[in-house]
Design a protein around this ligand. Structure first.
Ligand code: SF4
Ligand code: SF4
Length: 321
């Protein structure tokens, strides 16, 4: 039996399953679907009624960012024989986890009051309970800190990516269907970095300037980082066959940190400092190196785009907006 349970997600991981094509049909023929709101007309009560631990594979997609997704994560754990964090959001907090740069109040103020396109003169914010005459309306309550799935419940397997690469999804489903799942705690992905899978040529070149992707057309054969574009390949787990750098797009880091480093941003800073460090060898002083580093736009959002909740920082403490 298979269930796919959404948390704070964009449903992109969900749709990636449909990209499996004929393999998706094979999987659907081989399993009973216990719950999958995107594709099957089953209600949450149907899942709740099943005995605990009776669903062979539960894919939980998305981060945990409100009291409803927190309950869904706990329900997923109760019903699952094997619980899989499916996609970067479930594995590391993902894009929704960037809300951790602000407090709950700061996020709500920005989204509902201070955004330039918002007209909200009374500063009305979403509230868990709203009374309209005799009616009561409730909505989920946003948490102060966005969490990855394993910060709420125990997770058996991790299938990273945004969305996860099809080959890894197919491998994981094949292992589950054949009853040959790897040891619990396994991350479906490579033990190496994206750079190890990338065919671009690295020449040990110095970074003279950090450029943004829209500013020039990079050489299609040379390492993007050595051309001055921030490419997260050195700090990111492989398993995606370096699909983005192959298509001339820098790696954004959606496979999460490499196995030997738990903090993706710190690993990237270290990789970057060794490339810029070559400048020091070239006789540049601290001030010149600082000027190069200051060209990085939004360092936190670049280095922790997918992994802020699972990083050592976890959130920006004391941030208000
Ligand atoms: S990992 Fe990416 S595709 Fe999947 S839910 Fe999160 S943002 Fe969407
Ligand atoms: S930094 Fe990016 S472009 Fe360079 S080798 Fe690594 S993955 Fe490829």
């Amino acid at each position: 039996m298979l269930a796919i349970i959404p948390g704070a997600n964009c449903a992109g991981c969900d749709y990636s399953l449909l990209d499996l094509g004929e393999k998706a049909v094979e999987v659907l023929m081989a399993v009973d679907i216990a719950y999958w709101p995107t594709a099957a007309d089953l209600k949450l009560e149907d899942l709740e009624k099943l005995p605990d631990g009776s669903v062979d594979i539960v894919l939980f997609e998305g981060a945990v960012n409100n009291d409803e997704t927190e309950e869904m994560a706990k329900l997923a754990r109760r019903k699952a024989k094997n619980l899989v964090a499916f996609g970067a959001c479930a594995c590391f907090g993902g894009i929704p986890g960037l809300a951790n740069v602000a407090s709950r109040d700061g996020v709500l103020q920005k989204a509902y009051v201070k955004t330039l396109s918002t007209l909200n003169p009374n500063g009305v914010l979403p509230s868990k309970l709203t009374r309209l005459g005799d009616e009561e309306l409730t909505i989920p309550e946003f948490l102060d800190t966005v969490k990855s799935l394993n910060q709420v419940v125990n997770v058996d397997y991790y299938l990273p990516g945004c969305p996860p690469p099809l080959k890894l999804v197919a491998d994981a489903l094949a292992a589950a269907l054949s009853g040959k799942l790897p040891p619990k705690g396994t991350v479906f992905g490579s033990m190496k970095s994206v750079c190890d899978e990338c065919k671009r040529v690295r020449e040990g070149k110095r970074i003279m300037e950090i450029k943004r992707y829209h500013q020039f057309i990079p050489d299609p054969d040379r390492c993007l980082l050595e051309q001055g574009i921030i490419c997260m390949g050195p700090a990111t787990r492989g398993g995606c066959d370096a699909v983005c750098p192959t298509m001339n797009v820098p790696c954004r880091g959606c496979m999460g940190p490499t196995p030997e480093s738990q903090d993706q941003g710190a690993r990237m800073l270290s990789a970057l400092s060794s490339v810029v460090g070559l400048e020091v060898e070239a006789g540049l002083g601290d001030e010149e190196v600082r000027k190069i580093i200051e060209q990085i736009k939004d360092p936190l959002g670049t280095f922790y785009r997918y992994s802020l909740p699972r990083s050592i920082l976890r959130r920006v403490w004391g941030a208000r907006e």
